[in-house]
Design a protein around this ligand. Sequence first.
Ligand SMILES: *[C@@H]1O[C@H](CO)[C@@H](O)[C@H](O)[C@H]1NC(C)=O
Ligand SMILES: *[C@@H]1O[C@H](CO)[C@@H](O)[C@H](O)[C@H]1NC(C)=O
Ligand SMILES: *[C@@H]1O[C@H](CO)[C@@H](O)[C@H](O)[C@H]1NC(C)=O
Length: 142
Amino acid sequence: MMGPKTPLLVSLLVALGVSSAAGGHYGYSMPGSPFNISRTDRGLQQVVLAATRSFNDRSNDAFLFKPSAIRRAQRQIVKGIRYIVDLDISRTVCRKRDHIDNLSQCDFQPKGRLHQTFQCHFEVWVIPWDNETKILVFLCQP
Ligand SMILES: *[C@@H]1O[C@H](CO)[C@@H](O)[C@H](O)[C@H]1NC(C)=O
Ligand SMILES: *[C@@H]1O[C@H](CO)[C@@H](O)[C@H](O)[C@H]1NC(C)=O
Ligand SMILES: *[C@@H]1O[C@H](CO)[C@@H](O)[C@H](O)[C@H]1NC(C)=O
């Protein structure tokens, strides 16, 4: 019925030779190092939503997944805004075929056979003045 055994390895567009060296305490407007941002950041929530949608579109699972934890949330200013996120994404009880558009009504699977979490790393580049969002890296493993 489902094939969740293989890791979802999607690398959509690995462009942009940007160093991801951490550290440094630069001001917001200064191009440079990634810095931590709040889990409730609006821009972050939008890219997490976009990544979740992309995950669900690409998975061949019978169920929808949704974020269960954000382990890292960083932003970097590079000709736009780059988000660097480590996200746990877990199987819900909602079936894909039910075409749910708001995942907040989907509970996580209870402990048991269908309970599963992927650990994902993704990087998204948002270019506000071009109204463009590019998923640069999207790697998930069980
Ligand atoms: C950034 O967040 C990570 C975990 O989310 C934490 O380990 C790290 O210490 C934080 N760095 C700074 C500079 O606050
Ligand atoms: C989804 O539903 C919740 C409440 O059930 C609501 O707070 C949230 O704004 C909705 N999200 C969207 C994208 O409609
Ligand atoms: C950005 O693009 C989306 C879809 O492509 C569109 O719905 C939206 O109106 C655009 N926003 C701006 C500010 O151009």
